[in-house]
Write a protein that binds this ligand. Structure first.
Ligand SMILES: NC(=O)c1ccc[n+]([C@@H]2O[C@H](COP(=O)([O-])OP(=O)(O)OC[C@H]3O[C@@H](n4cnc5c(N)ncnc54)[C@H](OP(=O)(O)O)[C@@H]3O)[C@@H](O)[C@H]2O)c1
Length: 214
C-alpha cells in the first residue's frame, strides 16, 4: 500500500518503520525538511512535504501534536480535498498534560472528528493512540503470548486499510464503532498517559487486556 504520513516525530518513526518492514511504500511528510529527510532515511521511507504525503498515500497517517493539527492539515491541503476518498488514520491524543483534561472541540467532539471536519471526503479512523511509541517499535507487539489488541473507531470505508496497517505490525484490530467512539478512545488514552507519567505500568492496571478471549 502507498502510505503518506503527516508528521515526522516519535509515532511516525515507530509505526512507519514497521510498515516499511512489512513492504509498504511510505512517504513521510514533515514541516521541518532536514528532520523529516533524516528520519525517513533512517527507516527506509521517502521524504517530502506535508502536501506531498497527503497526495501520495492511499492511506494517510496523521501523527502530529494537537497544537499543530490545524496548521498541518492546512499545509497538507486537506480542506481543499487532498485527503478525499482516502483512509486517514489518526493516532493523536487530545490531552492537556498540565491537568490531564481532555481537549474537546465544538459539540464535545474529538480530535479525530476535527480531522474529519477539516478534511472533506476523508474516511477517518482513530487507531494506535492507546499505546506508547515504544510499544509500536516492538516487532511484534506481543504481551503474554498474545498480540496487542488495537481498538479502531471511525468510518467503515477507512477500516480495511486500518486493519491492514495493524495486522502488518503483528497486532490485532478490534472494531470499537463509528467515529463518535473516538471520543472514548481519546479519553481512555489520557488514563494511560497519566499512569505512564506517574511511573505505573499500565499493563498491571488494565489486566483485562491480558484476559482470555470468550
Ligand atoms: N509518543 C507517544 O508515545 C504517543 C503514543 C500515542 C499517541 N501519541 C500521539 O501521536 C501524535 C504524535 O506524537 P509524537 O510523539 O510523534 O509527537 P512528536 O514527536 O512530539 O511530534 C510529531 C510531529 O508534530 C509536529 N508538531 C509539533 N508541534 C507542532 C506545531 N505546533 N505545529 C505544527 N507541527 C507540530 C512535529 O513537527 P517537527 O517535525 O517540526 O518537530 C512533528 O513532526 C500526538 O498527537 C500524540 O499525542 C503519541
Amino acid at each position: 500500500m502507498k502510505i503518506g504520513v503527516l508528521g515526522a516525530g516519535r509515532m511516525t518513526e515507530a509505526l512507519a518503520s514497521g510498515w516499511v518492514h512489512a513492504g509498504h511504500d511510505v512517504l513521510v511528510g514533515g514541516r521541518t525538511p532536514g528532520k523529516t529527510s533524516d528520519m525517513a532515511k533512517r527507516i527506509g521511507a521517502r521524504a517530502g512535504t506535508l502536501r506531498e504525503a497527503a497526495e501520495f498515500g492511499d492511506a494517510v497517517l496523521v501523527a502530529v501534536l494537537l497544537a499543530g493539527l490545524d496548521e498541518t492539515l492546512r499545509a497538507a491541503g486537506a480542506p481543499e480535498g487532498t485527503l478525499a476518498g482516502k483512509a486517514v488514520i489518526d493516532c493523536g491524543n487530545a490531552v492537556d498534560v498540565t491537568d490531564y483534561s481532555q481537549v474537546r472541540y465544538e459539540g464535545g467532539s474529538s480530535m479525530a472528528e476535527e480531522i474529519a471536519r477539516l478534511s472533506p471526503g476523508a474516511h477517518v479512523v482513530k487507531a494506535f493512540n492507546q499505546a506508547h511509541a515504544d510499544v509500536w517499535r516492538m516487532r511484534p507487539p506481543v504481551f503474554g503470548g498474545r498480540p496487542l489488541a488495537v481498538p479502531i473507531a471511525g468510518a467503515d470505508e477507512g477500516k480495511p486499510a486500518a486493519r491492514t496497517l495493524i495486522t502488518d505490525l503483528g497486532a490485532e484490530p478490534l472494531d470499537a464503532g463509528d467515529l463518535t467512539q473516538a471520543r472514548h478512545l481519546e479519553a481512555m488514552a489520557i488514563i494511560v498517559i497519566r499512569l505512564l507519567s506517574s511511573g505505573a505500568a499500565p499493563l498491571s492496571v488494565f489486566a483485562w487486556s491480558a484476559s482470555e478471549k470468550r
